[in-house]
Design a protein around this ligand. Structure first.
Ligand code: SF4
Ligand code: SF4
Length: 116
């Protein structure tokens, strides 16, 4: 299959895959100090170097360069979509945990006020 024939990878630009670059040897150099890529615009969740981003950030280019003889595009795309789903699940669990902690803190503050 030629590059032009590959269907687009379904990405909603959530930015989550750019927030753990410290976890892999190949992307550690992008870490701004807290695991988030120094090229990620946190407000827009867009990549500031999109056109020149590394090959491991390019699902199609990576496939064409290293995997096209080893697996189908569909398999590679599915694997990546699974990874996206996993990252979204973790993020949603973390958000829920933070909300619960905030609710608990507020509740404790209210109890403390009543006790005074
Ligand atoms: S985690 Fe997946 S959907 Fe989100 S920006 Fe990365 S590739 Fe796109
Ligand atoms: S270079 Fe761009 S696409 Fe790659 S991890 Fe950083 S922000 Fe994301």
């Amino acid at each position: 299959m030629k590059y032009e024939d590959l269907p687009d990878f379904p990405c909603d630009a959530c930015g989550l895959c750019c927030m753990g670059v410290n976890q892999y040897d190949h992307s550690k150099y992008l870490d701004r100090g807290d695991g988030i890529c120094k090229n990620l615009d946190l407000e827009t969740k867009k990549c500031n170097i999109y056109l020149t981003r590394p090959i491991f950030c390019r699902v199609k280019d990576y496939y064409m360069s290293f995997l096209k003889d080893k697996m189908t595009w569909k398999d590679w795309s599915n694997r990546n979509q699974e990874a996206c789903k996993y990252l979204k699940k973790l993020a949603s669990e973390k958000e829920k945990e933070n909300k619960d902690t905030t609710a608990e803190t507020l509740k404790n503050q209210e109890i403390a006020k009543v006790d005074k």
